[in-house]
Design a protein around this ligand. Structure first.
Ligand code: DSN
Length: 419
């Protein structure tokens, strides 16, 4: 049993993994937070490193046998420091939410005040939203965007900070199509004596590739997942410039919140950081933004209502209300046509998060497949055709035809990491 392949031990799961691989290959993946990792990153995740417990940090562990793991984790940390230009990095958080929870544990006590972007405006659950532990155990205050511009209202951020004196301010989020003004957030945080946390999960690859300004030198602490634009395995990192902040974060991750790090993930993060330090990653990051802007331009030209009117980064948020359809039926129809998106609330959405007005679209994955602006314009045309047909209640033929055309396109652009 021990030496047998997955196929012979568990053909049911092996078959489903193959089916998912085929689905990923045949789909135009437009989910803004997803990507395709390289074969090298995939290989690192599927290794014997998963067998090892390593509670603690390199050189100071609570289990023996760390001769190899210490080297791997140290390499990952050094690569993160070098790529982002920070003095300290912790590569152990299991994912973005635990990474953000560690920030609370490091700097706040229960009941303290956090100022974060409201979820419906593009923030993350862990920035103090009501259903999250961060909204239940802390006093959370939320900022949003201006109704007229769809952009973060920095006057409101400052006014709320002065009124509520938060101990922690989060900037960054999950559905923000515009550049985050890190210096402006830093000024407000300094004014009220708050720790500024930049959650760059969505844009980490753009920051690493020079396609979005860096929060380094502005934010006190930086959190990121490793699997979005950064194109690594599912995992997360915390970074800091000062020794004091780094020590507090390290204690919060372990022993504060987590046990043993997932060493196979650490190795894969190290590989992804190596890939992100190569010159072609800069070109990738720039192309992600160019593609998003081409797609945004195509959609706007076809009458779609884009939040903030366009994008500076990898994602587009659209309100489908003027098209006469909700985000959920549109996303489901697009998925059947081979165009994978997610339904999403839009700022000031009158509808509920499980049936919201918008969809969110991103270009990290299609760019990893080598698609460019011409393909984005074609994808924009397909989105328009499907959404218009569904809104009219007569979409079956259109969905079928678009799906065939999508298959022709995906066949020309093989996805990295897939066999
Ligand atoms: N679930 C992620 C996203 O899709 O943006 C955020 O954690």
């Amino acid at each position: 049993m021990a030496g047998n392949s997955l196929n012979s031990v568990d053909p049911e799961i092996a078959g489903l993994i193959t089916a998912e691989e085929r689905r990923q290959a045949d789909t135009v993946k437009l989910i803004a937070s997803e990507n395709y990792v390289s074969r090298a990153v995939l290989e690192a995740t599927g290794t014997v490193l998963t067998n090892k417990y390593s509670e603690g940090y390199a050189g100071k562990r609570y289990y023996e046998g760390q001769q190899v793991i210490d080297q791997i984790e140290t390499i990952a940390v050094e690569r993160a420091k070098s790529l982002f230009g920070v003095n300290h990095a912790n590569v152990q958080p299991y994912s973005g939410s635990p990474a953000n929870l560690a920030i609370y544990l490091a700097f706040l006590n229960p009941g303290d005040t956090v100022l974060g972007m409201g979820l419906p405006f593009g923030g993350h659950l862990t920035h103090g939203w009501s259903v999250s532990a961060t909204g239940k155990w802390f006093n959370s205050v939320r900022y949003g965007v201006r109704k007229e511009t769809g952009r973060i209202d920095m006057d409101e951020v400052r006014a709320l900070a002065l009124e509520h004196r938060p101990k922690l301010i989060f900037c960054g989020g999950t559905a923000i199509p515009r550049t985050i003004d890190f210096p402006a957030f830093a000024e407000i945080a300094r004014e009220v004596g708050a720790v500024l946390a930049a959650d760059i999960a969505h844009i980490a690859g753009l920051v690493a590739g020079g396609a979005h300004p860096s929060p380094v030198g502005h934010a006190d602490v930086i959190s990121t997942t490793t699997h979005k634009t950064l194109r690594g395995p599912r995992g997360a990192m915390l970074m800091a410039t000062s020794d004091e902040h780094a020590t507090a974060l390290n204690k919060a991750v372990f022993p504060g919140l987590q046990g043993g790090p997932h060493n196979h993930t650490t190795a894969a993060i190290a590989v992804a950081l190596h890939e992100a330090a190569q010159p072609d990653f800069k070109a990738y990051a720039a192309q992600v933004v160019k593609n998003a802007q081409a797609l945004a331009d195509e959609l706007a030209g076809r009458g779609f209502d884009l939040v903030s009117g366009g994008t500076d980064n990898h994602l587009i948020l659209m309100d489908l209300t003027p098209k006469g359809i909700g985000g959920k039926p549109a996303a489901k129809a697009l998925d059947r046509a081979g165009l994978e998106t997610n339904y999403n609330t839009v700022p000031f959405d009158p509808r509920k998060p499980f049936d919201p007005s918008g969809i969110r679209i991103g270009t990290p994955s299609v760019t990893s497949r080598g698609m460019g602006e011409a393909e984005m314009r074609q994808i924009g045309a397909w989105i328009d055709e499907v959404v218009t047909a569904v809104a009219k209640g007569d979409a079956e033929d259109v969905i079928g035809r678009v799906h065939r055309e999508v298959s022709d396109l995906t066949a020309q652009f093989p996805a990295p990491g897939l066999s």
